[in-house]
Design a protein around this ligand. Structure first.
Ligand code: GRF
Length: 209
């Protein structure tokens, strides 16, 4: 028997409804995230429903806003880093987190930040492509297949190494809303738990080397 920790402590950063957070919570309950401890949820928006999901799952949840931290990115990220340190967080999962993190922040968690993006990167990604805008752009372009991507976060928005992708069919009568829902159901909610487990397992293996 060794004394190495068997789980990686993860924080999930959210801004909204938190269905991807819910997929992680459900994945954990179903035993699909054996290398992950969901240790903290942080919302940058007051009253995000994701916070309620965290409470129901007994996961510590915090609201950290820019406004309450000097109104600057520096103040906001200093508060974030402080919370992450206090909870001994080793891995960060961005699950519908609508704030772009600075290069300095990303460097501190190099290869330890994951993001889910609702398209097949490199299509419909980068600055300005978030939420429904991604699906609006896909419909406007007339693609017949879209999907979701989980990638590592680096200094380029949606530019880090791709970990997992899944394709989803676009149907003739789709609206941005129906397409968003199908991409979530058929891709995002399975990909994010899978990728989180994958990265956590790799981090544990590195620790044991
Ligand atoms: C998802 O489509 C995610 O890919 C995008 O924002 C949405 C978040 O939804 N970045 P939720 O808060 O997880 O329900």
């Amino acid at each position: 028997m060794d004394n190495f920790p068997q789980k990686i402590s993860a924080a999930v950063l959210v801004s909204g409804g938190g269905t991807n957070l819910q997929a992680l919570i459900d994945g954990q309950a179903a035993g699909k995230l054996p290398s992950v401890q969901l240790a903290l949820v942080i919302s940058n928006r007051t009253g995000a429903y994701a916070l309620e999901r965290a409470r129901q799952a007994d996961i510590p949840a915090l609201t950290i806003t820019r406004r309450a931290n000097g109104g600057t990115q520096e103040g906001f990220e200093a508060a974030l880093l402080n919370a992450l340190k206090n909870h001994h967080i080793q891995l960060i999962v961005l699950a519908g987190f609508l704030s772009i993190l600075s290069e300095d922040f990303i460097r501190r968690y190099k290869n330890r930040i994951l993001n889910i993006h609702p398209s097949l990167i490199p299509a419909f990604c980068g600055k300005g492509f978030y939420g429904l805008k991604v699906h609006e752009a896909a419909l406007e372009r007339g693609v017949k297949v879209t999907g979701a991507t989980v990638h590592l976060v680096n200094e380029i928005p949606d530019g880090g190494r791709i970990l997992l992708q899944k394709a989803v069919e676009v149907l003739p009568n789709d609206t941005p809303e129906t397409l968003q829902r199908r991409v979530m159901e058929q891709a995002e909610w399975t990909l994010l738990p899978q990728a989180t487990q994958l990265v956590a397992q790799q981090l544990l293996e590195e620790q044991h080397d």
